[in-house]
Write a protein that binds this ligand. Structure first.
Ligand code: ZN
Ligand code: ZN
Ligand code: ZN
Ligand code: ZN
Ligand code: ZN
Length: 367
């Protein structure tokens, strides 16, 4: 009766549940609008006016919209059901806040191309299979915490095509790019440029080696780098003096926050590096923890529902699509069988599924 066996189904179910747990670690029952400006996971809704919404709203209010996961942004207030949202969804503007009138949006949200589903200097959509690894700028004051392809960090985007072709590493990092595990934070060349004198001061500080793992030049034209790798392993005064004024990005060493704190404590309060670390980018020393949604005890009710919902809702759509298609075939047959589980909030167990297939076998024999 079915082109899928019970054991295949169970394996899929387990994988789906694991994935759902990974994608949806918290119970989506609280909208963070009233909590105001937070460092939190943000989802762009492309169908409701390219607004950013909180994790819970992405599931409860925008499940049938085209969503783009933006990961964390600092200082963001949920815009679900605010005047930035274009159309009402059912009876309420936000289903969690249940507001009949649109709420006032925050003035501090910074909207950029990410909210249109575009990323990086190359202004592309995210496509997992073809792209080099993407990393986010931890400073973000100029770029609004943009995500960048490693390829585009190295060179101008029209030369970035096929930049992985000659890659010596198999982890989607182009040759000449520092190993991903050799640094902890990344500051893009645009943000470095904006605070150029600050970074100059940092690079010439005697403790710069405790903070900076690499500087990586951004070749605005496709000039072969002087060094074979394109990576300057010894960030120092020498580098700034000897090389041309090419823009460059900075990779921060693990533990850079403590090192920056110690550097700051040794500086005069009038020092521009002190002021930068104190007032402009204090989060480089002590970052606001990402807002965590409270865990809910009925989190593991109906993981089947949770799983399918999470996967349909967005996030890593590409990897989920194959699973969803396979699931869809059996879901139709299973949905009647599973409805009581979903309604009672019971977890579907392997033996339940076995019973279902046994029942099907029995039925087909009877015919
Ligand atoms: Zn919300
Ligand atoms: Zn929406
Ligand atoms: Zn909402
Ligand atoms: Zn790019
Ligand atoms: Zn940046």
């Amino acid at each position: 009766m079915s082109d899928i066996s019970a054991s295949e189904y169970i394996n899929q179910q387990n994988a789906l549940e694991d994935e759902a747990r990974g994608l949806m670690p918290w119970s989506p029952s609280h909208c963070t609008y009233a909590d105001g400006s937070l460092r939190q996971p943000v989802f762009a809704c492309l169908d409701c006016g390219e607004i950013g919404v909180c994790y819970s709203c992405s599931i409860q209010c925008h499940a049938d919209c085209r969503l783009e996961e933006l990961f964390t942004k600092r200082g963001f207030t949920c815009d679900c059901g605010t005047e930035r949202q274009e159309s009402k969804k059912g009876d309420f503007w936000c289903h969690l806040r249940q507001n009949q009138e649109r709420d006032v949006p925050s003035l501090s949200n910074r909207y950029n191309q990410n909210f249109k589903g575009l990323f990086c200097d190359c202004q592309n959509k995210y496509k997992a299979e073809h792209d080099s690894t993407m990393i986010q700028c931890v400073l973000g004051l100029e770029c609004n915490e943009e995500w960048y392809h490693c390829c585009c960090i190295l060179r101008r985007h029209d030369h970035a095509t096929d930049c992985l072709q000659n890659s010596s590493q198999d982890n989607q990092v182009p040759s000449g790019f520092p190993a991903i595990d050799s640094f902890e934070g990344f500051i893009c060349w645009k943000c470095v440029n904006r605070y150029f004198t600050i970074f100059q001061a940092l690079l010439s500080h005697r403790r710069s080696d405790d903070v900076i793992a690499h500087t990586v030049a951004h070749y605005s034209t496709l000039v072969q780098p002087k060094s074979e790798s394109g990576v300057s392993e010894l960030p120092s005064k020498r580098r700034r003096n000897s090389e041309t004024d090419q823009p460059f990005s900075i990779m921060l060493k693990s533990g850079y926050d403590n090192a920056l704190l110690e550097i700051k404590e040794g500086l005069e309060e009038s020092d521009k590096l002190f002021i930068f670390l104190q007032d402009i980018a204090p989060f480089l020393i002590s970052d606001e923890p990402v807002y965590e949604f409270s865990e809910d005890s009925d989190n593991d009710t109906s993981t089947f529902e949770l799983g399918t919902k999470a996967l349909n809702t967005s996030i890593d759509r590409d990897t989920a699509v194959a699973g969803i298609q396979a699931m869809d075939n059996i879901k139709k047959k299973l949905s009647d069988f599973l409805r009581p589980f979903a309604e009672s909030g019971e977890v579907v167990k392997e033996e339940d599924i076995r019973n279902f297939f046994e029942l099907q076998k029995g039925k087909s024999k009877d015919k």
